[in-house]
Design a protein around this ligand. Sequence first.
Ligand SMILES: NC(=O)c1ccc[n+]([C@@H]2O[C@H](COP(=O)([O-])OP(=O)(O)OC[C@H]3O[C@@H](n4cnc5c(N)ncnc54)[C@H](O)[C@@H]3O)[C@@H](O)[C@H]2O)c1
Length: 359
Amino acid sequence: MNFKWNNPTPVTAINTCSLKEQSALLDEFQDGWEHPFLIIDSEVRRLWDRQMQPAILSASGLYVMEAREVLKNTFTLSRIWDSMSAAEIHRDTPVTVIGGGLVCDIGAMAASTYLRGLRLMLVPTTLLCMVDACLGGKTGVNLAGVKNQVGTYNPAGNILIAPDFLDTLPEREFKSGIAEIIKTALIGDRSIKELLERMDIKNPDKNSILEIIRKCLEVKGGIVAEDLRENGKRMLLNLGHTIGHALESASEFQLSHGEAVGLGLIGEAALAVSRGGNRDLPGEIEHMLKQAGLPTGINEMVSVEKLSQLSQLFNKDKKTRRDGRIWALPFDWCDCRLTHFTPDQEETLLPGIMSLLKV
Ligand SMILES: NC(=O)c1ccc[n+]([C@@H]2O[C@H](COP(=O)([O-])OP(=O)(O)OC[C@H]3O[C@@H](n4cnc5c(N)ncnc54)[C@H](O)[C@@H]3O)[C@@H](O)[C@H]2O)c1
């Protein structure tokens, strides 16, 4: 079942494929995408060895990496560049990254910087990456424990969605993707919430997942097409991420990205209530996260000491300006607003918000 979707962004082609045939991936490397430099998540390479082999044999070079946040750094990036150099790839060699958001982020950054930019194909293998990270061109690595502190905008020319990869995805990672799906439903499409509520999370059916992926990419693609470099509307996509990124870093990456974003959604909905947002929304989000088996409190994942340093982490957030911060806040379903808070306002409100999450 291969079909082309309406492109939500003008620069990116999105196709789907099944992995039943051993050569399925290789068959997709056509029309200028042949013989790529491959960057692959080591776990995906191990679990999907049969499908990886033909693709690897045809590749111009290969870098296999472990998907761990502590390795998403400039050191690994430099090792990928070295490997590209050793493979003697050229300006017309495409780069294909096969993995979750982490490997896609760093692989896309290598592609956008080596030889000042190579064409990029992304093959997301986690739910989170299929519904969100693969689209929109943000690349990045962490610096000094702070998420995605260094990065570029480099939209993939080609995205290949193969939902079969989800067959091997650990349950915790699948649930992480659901947090980003709830975020997208909040931003721009309530029908995604209804699809999610109907989906059997323990035994999800591929067609409903594909429908959810398509809708999420349409919402994100529509926003990114208007504002690739995040000068305005795209900031809405940071919903849940201001608190989420700070908690993810503060937990020293014990919380997964999706788990942290889920908690961020509850906290930021509570912050919206302070400006007149729907009072029921934090509870509704909490209920949806619980239904999906996602955490709704930070428990022992973040130490008291780290919690007290959260304001320093907030200050390193890329949305911080000299006169405060712009938050993307959910006032209601499909009513998210960019909202400015001064440092004094945050200082008054945030302790109460964070204590809500200390369950
Ligand atoms: N660029 C963006 O727009 C964007 C958006 C959201 C998140 N992100 C980034 O994405 C990262 C999180 O990505 P993620 O949630 O996709 O997880 P991930 O890439 O960290 O992968 C999570 C785990 O799942 C494993 N895995 C991946 N695919 C698998 C499969 N098919 N079967 C079995 N195991 C598999 C990995 O090896 C890893 O152990 C964070 O670094 C975050 O900052 C980027």
